[in-house]
Write a protein that binds this ligand. Structure first.
Ligand SMILES: NC(=O)c1ccc[n+]([C@@H]2O[C@H](COP(=O)([O-])OP(=O)(O)OC[C@H]3O[C@@H](n4cnc5c(N)ncnc54)[C@H](OP(=O)(O)O)[C@@H]3O)[C@@H](O)[C@H]2O)c1
Length: 248
């Protein structure tokens, strides 16, 4: 009775991208605590190693990869063992208004936020590295449906990810592979708030029913639910974790 845990990740192998900081780091650390073997990836070698040092248990792997480069995606696919879970989490922000968009802005953000999760997922599937019963989780954002000034490109990448997630659910369901997304509101990470002084966020936080931004772990727990067998009949879902931001 005391060991009862329908959310356990015991016996699973899970790849988390963007694990060198923020939501990805918290997800990797919590997945390991719940018993999974974790493969972590990120660009920054030192910060990835810092995450690695925080992982409980044994057998974990760390693989440095810049997912805006096809050769790094191919290398990550080649080095990754068979998976029960894939967390497509790596992402970047972009702050530009419609009138000032340059083609290079599109290239940069789409390479990491859209091309990378699509091509990594495809690469792993082609090599049969996502096992039957596997779970793919995409880190989308409430920005996929909530428009704020300057977020046009970032928001469009997340809408794209959410749409791709639903197509995966339809196409892969027959193989017993699930596909879902988490949609966080603002989370206290370098991408979410950076080094901006807290007082500048007061008005924005007021738009949240819970009157605060989220913590990386609070997204990690939702990702873990979707990775676990507790979510065995959940696919194609967008799970909003936003402290009530979309209510206003
Ligand atoms: N924080 C928020 O408010 C918020 C809200 C909604 C959704 N999200 C989404 O959550 C995800 C994680 O963001 P975060 O808030 O945890 O931000 P973060 O702390 O800045 O982490 C971003 C992660 O993505 C990795 N990354 C960025 N570009 C990459 C590339 N080209 N190749 C490989 N890895 C790359 C970074 O690796 P390196 O640092 O090693 O370069 C880092 O590990 C993103 O997809 C983001 O869009 C965040």
């Amino acid at each position: 009775m005391t060991n009862y845990n329908p959310f356990t990740l015991e016996g699973k192998t899970i790849l988390v991208t963007g694990a060198s900081s923020g939501i990805g780091r918290a997800t990797a650390v919590e997945c390991a605590k719940l018993g999974s073997r974790v493969v972590i990836s990120g660009r920054n070698k030192e910060r990835l190693a810092e995450t690695f040092s925080q992982l409980e248990g044994e057998g974990h792997l760390q693989i440095v990869a810049d997912l805006s480069k096809q050769e790094d995606i191919d290398n990550l696919v080649a080095q990754t063992p068979a998976l029960n879970g894939l967390v497509n989490n790596a992402g970047q922000n972009s702050l530009v208004t419609v009138n000032y968009i340059e083609r290079t802005d599109l290239d940069t953000i789409y390479q990491t936020n859209v091309f990378a999760p699509i091509l990594l997922t495809k690469g792993l599937l082609k090599k049969r590295k996502i096992l039957k019963g596997g779970s793919i989780v995409f880190t989308s954002s409430i920005a996929s449906s909530l428009s704020t000034p300057g977020s046009c490109l970032y928001a469009s990448t997340k809408a794209s990810v959410s749409s791709f997630m639903r197509s995966c659910a339809v196409e892969l369901g027959g193989r017993g592979i699930r596909s879902n997304a988490v949609l966080p509101g603002t989370i206290e990470t370098s991408l979410g708030i950076g080094n901006v002084p807290d007082e500048l966020f007061a008005k924005d936080k007021d738009l949240y029913a819970l009157k605060r931004y989220g913590k990386p772990e609070e997204v990690a727990y939702a990702i873990i639910y979707l990775l676990s067998d507790a979510a065995a009949w959940v696919t194609g879902t967008s799970l909003v974790i936003d402290g009530g931001r979309l209510l206003k």
